[in-house]
Ligand binder design. Structure first.
Ligand code: ADP
Length: 719
C-alpha cells in the first residue's frame, strides 16, 4: 500500500515515517533517559571544575601581579638608594677644609645638611679619628644628645680603617641611636677619607639616618601601597618609611651592597592575599560563573519543556497519521501551482497510483485524457489572481481515471489550506468515490422500475377485465345500432313504400344517421377508454414536473370512474381551489392515486350498501414545521382496517385478497417517501348506530411547489 508522500513545501504538514512514531518515541525516551542524566551530571561537574579552576587561576594571577609589583617597587627602591648614596658622596666631594677659611667647612656642611635631609650629622675628623668639627641637621634634634657619640667609635674606627686602606668611602654597621622623645633611629655612618697631595689627612664621617634615607627615595608607590624597610638578616626591622603598613604577604627583599656593609631592603605590599569577593576580577569571574550556571539551568528547563512539547507533537502526529490512514475518504493537498503535495492512502487506493507517483504532478495520471485540458483550464481559473479563496461549499462532481483504465465519478469538496501563520498555501480536497453509490442507485432504480412495471402490469391486467366490462357497453350499443340500421335497410316493403312515399326515404336516412352518429359516439368512447389504459401502461418517463393537484386527479379520473362504475360506487372530488402545485414524477403519483382508489373501491365492493358506496378524492394544504404540504386523501366507506391488518399493511406482498399481490401500498409509500412526503391512514369514526368504522382515509403528503412569482396565500393557509 502506498504511503503519504513527504511534502516539499515547508508550510505543509511534515511527512511521517513507516514505523510507528509513537512507539519509537517511547523507546527513544526511555533509552535516552539514563545517558542524558549522565551527560547532564558530567556537564555540571565539568562546569564546576572549570569555574573553580578559573577562580583559582584568577586569584593566582592576582597574587602574581601583587608580587610582581612588590618586586618592581623593591628594584626601584634599590636603584634609588644607590642613586641617593651617589648624591651624598658627590655632596661630600665639595666639603673640603681650607686652612685659610676656618668657617668654610661648617658653612658647606650645613648647606649640605640643608640639602640632603637624610644626613643627620657631618663630622670632620683628623687622621686619628678625632673629631675636629661637626655640623648637625637643621631638621631634627642633634643625634647624639642622649647617646654618647663615642659609643659608636669602634664601628667608625673599623670603617675608617678599611677606608684608609682602600682610600675610598666606607660604611660602618648601622647603630641604633636613642633620641630624647623615647624613640630612636637607626644610623649608618659613612667614612670618607680626605687626601691631600696623596696623603690622608683626615676623614669626613657622615651619619645617615636610615628612616630619612628611605623617606627621601622617589618611588611612586612607596608610602601609598607599599611599606619600605631595612631589615637585618634575621628579619629585625631597622628602619621603615611610609605611612602605611605592609600586609606581610607580598614581600620583596633586595640586598643593598654598600662599601663596607650590606643591608637588606624589604618592600612589603599593603595588599594582603586577595580575598574572594572584594576582588573585582574574581567577583566578575564569580558573577559570570553564576550567570553561566543560571543559563545552564534555564537551558535545562527549556530543554525539558521542549522535549515535552516534542513528545506531545509526536503523539499528535502519530494520531493524525493513524487518522489519515484509517480514513476511507480521499484527501489531497495541492499548492498554489496545482502541484500535489500530499495524498492519503485512501486517495491512492481510489486512483491506483502510489503517493510517490502523484507527488508534484501538475497534470496527474488520474485525469482522463479527454478531460485533462478542461481540468487544466479549471485549475488555471482557480489559481488566477483575484479569484476568491473560498471554494463552493457544495462541492463539485467530476470524473477520475483509475490505473486500470476505469473511469469513475467523484465528488470533490475543496477548502483553502492555511498554515500556522494564517497564510493561504494551497488547497485541501476531500474526494469521495461515487462509483459504489452510483451502482447502488442504478440497481435501486432498476429494481424500482421493475417493481413499477410489475405493478403497472398487474394494474393493466385488472384494467383488462374492467375494460372488457366497460367496452361491453359501447360495443353492444354499436352492435345494436348496426343491427337496427341493417334491419331498417333490409325491411320488406321498404322499396314499394319509398316509390309511393318519397318522404319515407328521408325518414329512413334520418334514422340511419341517428344510428351512425350513436355508433360513432360509442366507438369514440371505446377508443377513449382504450387510450386511457394505453397511456397509463405505456408512460415511462421519469422527469419531475410541476403540476397542479387537480390536473393529477383529472388524469386518473377516467380509470377511477371505470373501477367505481363497475362496483356501483360514486366518485366525489373535493379539491382546494386554486389547486396547489407539486413537483413530482407524474406517472408515479398517478399510480399511487390509482392504487389507493382501487383499494378503496375494492374495500366497498360487496360489504357496503350500494347507496353508501362513495369514493372521495380530496386535496388540501397544510403548514408544518418543515414547510407547506399538499395532502392528498382517498376516502372510502368500506369496513375500515382491522388492527392485525393495520400493523402489516405496508409490508410487501401482504394481502387479504384472493387475487391480490400485496405490493400496492408498499410501492405507494416508497414513491411518496422518494418525493419527500409521508403516507398514513385512519379509520373513519363510526356513524351513530353502526358498530365498525365508517370507512378508511388514506393520506399522503407532497411538498408544495411555490410559483416563482409573489407567493399566493390560499384562504386555507391564511386561516
Ligand atoms: P393488494 O391490494 O394487492 O392486496 P395492497 O398493498 O394494495 O395490496 O393492500 C394490502 C391490503 O391492505 C389489502 O389486501 C387490504 O386488506 C388492505 N387494504 C388496502 N386498502 C384498504 C382500504 N381502503 N380498506 C380496507 N382495507 C384496505
Amino acid at each position: 500500500m502506498s504511503r503519504s508522500p513527504a511534502p516539499s513545501s515547508p508550510s505543509l504538514p511534515p511527512p511521517l515515517g513507516e514505523r510507528s512514531l509513537a512507539s519509537w518515541w517511547g523507546r527513544a525516551r526511555s533509552n535516552w533517559r539514563r545517558p542524558r542524566a549522565l551527560l547532564w551530571g558530567a556537564l555540571v561537574v565539568l562546569l564546576l571544575v572549570a569555574q573553580t579552576l578559573l577562580v583559582a587561576l584568577t586569584l593566582r594571577y592576582e597574587e602574581a601581579r601583587a608580587q610582581e609589583r612588590s618586586d618592581e617597587v623593591a628594584a626601584a627602591a634599590l636603584g634609588e638608594i644607590r642613586r641617593r648614596s651617589q648624591v651624598v658622596l658627590q655632596g661630600l666631594q665639595g666639603l673640603q677644609h681650607r686652612p685659610g677659611e676656618p668657617h668654610a667647612w661648617r658653612r658647606n656642611a650645613e648647606a649640605l645638611l640643608a640639602e640632603l635631609r637624610e644626613i643627620g650629622r657631618i663630622e670632620r675628623r683628623d687622621a686619628s679619628l678625632k673629631i675636629l668639627e661637626s655640623a648637625e641637621s637643621p631638621f631634627r634634634e642633634p643625634l647624639f644628645m642622649r647617646w654618647p657619640r663615642a659609643s659608636m667609635d669602634p664601628d667608625i674606627a673599623q670603617a675608617c680603617g678599611v677606608a684608609r686602606r682602600a682610600m675610598s668611602p666606607m660604611f660602618s654597621h648601622s647603630q641604633f641611636v636613642p633620641l630624647s622623645d623615647g624613640l630612636g633611629v637607626e644610623v649608618l655612618d659613612l667614612c670618607v677619607p680626605i687626601q691631600e697631595t696623596g696623603q690622608l689627612i683626615g676623614f669626613t664621617v657622615v651619619s645617615i639616618v636610615m628612616p630619612l634615607l628611605l623617606d627621601e627615595l622617589r618611588v611612586v608607590e612607596l608610602g601609598r601601597s607599599h611599606e619600605l624597610s631595612i631589615v637585618e638578616a634575621d628579619g629585625t626591622r631597622l628602619a621603615r618609611s611610609g605611612a602605611v603598613r605592609g600586609g606581610g604577604v607580598f614581600i620583596a627583599d633586595r640586598i643593598v651592597d654598600l662599601p663596607g656593609t650590606t643591608l637588606q631592603l624589604r618592600v612589603d605590599a599593603v595588599q594582603r592575599a586577595p580575598s574572594l569577593i572584594p576582588n573585582l576580577a574574581t567577583a566578575l569571574v564569580l558573577g559570570l560563573s553564576i550567570g553561566l550556571f543560571a543559563v545552564v539551568l534555564l537551558l535545562a528547563r527549556d530543554w525539558r519543556r521542549r522535549a515535552l512539547a516534542e513528545g506531545l507533537l509526536a503523539e499528535a502526529l502519530v494520531f493524525r497519521k493513524a487518522m489519515e490512514d484509517s480514513l476511507l475518504t480521499g484527501l489531497r493537498a495541492r499548492d498554489h501551482d496545482g502541484r500535489i503535495v500530499y495524498v492519503n492512502p485512501a486517495f491512492c487506493n481510489m486512483v491506483g497510483y502510489s503517493a510517490e507517483e502523484l507527488q508534484h504532478a501538475r497534470s496527474p495520471p488520474y485525469w482522463p485524457p479527454e478531460w485533462a485540458a478542461e481540468y487544466q483550464r479549471r485549475q488555471a481559473a482557480r489559481q488566477a489572481p483575484g479569484v476568491a479563496a473560498e471554494p463552493p461549499h457544495e462541492g463539485y462532481e467530476t470524473v477520475f481515471l483509475r490505473r486500470n483504465g476505469e473511469r469513475f465519478p467523484v465528488v470533490i469538496y475543496e477548502a483553502p489550506l492555511v498554515d500556522g501563520n494564517g497564510r493561504h498555501t494551497g488547497w485541501m480536497s476531500t474526494v469521495l468515490d461515487l462509483s459504489v453509490q452510483r451502482r447502488a442507485e442504478d440497481l435501486s432504480r432498476q429494481q424500482q422500475e421493475r417493481l413499477q412495471a410489475t405493478a403497472r402490469l398487474a394494474s393493466a391486467g385488472e384494467m383488462a377485465s374492467l375494460l372488457s366490462h366497460e367496452l361491453n357497453q359501447p360495443l353492444s350499443a354499436i352492435a345494436s345500432y348496426a343491427t337496427g340500421s341493417l334491419n331498417l335497410i333490409d325491411a320488406p316493403g321498404r322499396a314499394a313504400s319509398t316509390q309511393t312515399h318519397p318522404t319515407g326515404d328521408e325518414a329512413l336516412s334520418t334514422q340511419l344517421r341517428y344510428a351512425f352518429v350513436r355508433i360513432a359516439e360509442q366507438a369514440e368512447r371505446a377508443g377513449r377508454v382504450i387510450k386511457s389504459v394505453h397511456d397509463f401502461v405505456r408512460r415511462r418517463h421519469q422527469a419531475h414536473e410541476v403540476i397542479a393537484a387537480d390536473l393529477l386527479i383529472e388524469s386518473i379520473l377516467p380509470l377511477v370512474r371505470l373501477q367505481a362504475r363497475k362496483s356501483g360506487a360514486r366518485v366525489e372530488l373535493d379539491i382546494l381551489q386554486p389547486a396547489p402545485r407539486v413537483k413530482v414524477d407524474r406517472t408515479m403519483v398517478e399510480q399511487v392515486l390509482l392504487n389507493l382508489a382501487r383499494n378503496a373501491v375494492q374495500a366497498m365492493d360487496g360489504c357496503t350498501p350500494l347507496a353508501d358506496r362513495m369514493l372521495t378524492l380530496r386535496v388540501r394544504l397544510v403548514s408544518g414545521a418543515q414547510g407547506r404540504w399538499v395532502v392528498f386523501s382517498v376516502i372510502d366507506a368500506g369496513p375500515g382496517i382491522a388492527a392485525e391488518v393495520a400493523s402489516r399493511l405496508f409490508t410487501p406482498f401482504f394481502t387479504t385478497k384472493d387475487e391480490g399481490m400485496g405490493l400496492g401500498l408498499s410501492l405507494c409509500r416508497t414513491v411518496v417517501e422518494q418525493h419527500g412526503g409521508a403516507m398514513d391512514f385512519d379509520n373513519l369514526p363510526a356513524k351513530s348506530g353502526q358498530a365498525g368504522p365508517a370507512g378508511t382515509e388514506f393520506r399522503f403528503t407532497l411538498p408544495l411547489s411555490l410559483p416563482r412569482g409573489p407567493t399566493r396565500v390560499s384562504p386555507i393557509e391564511s386561516a
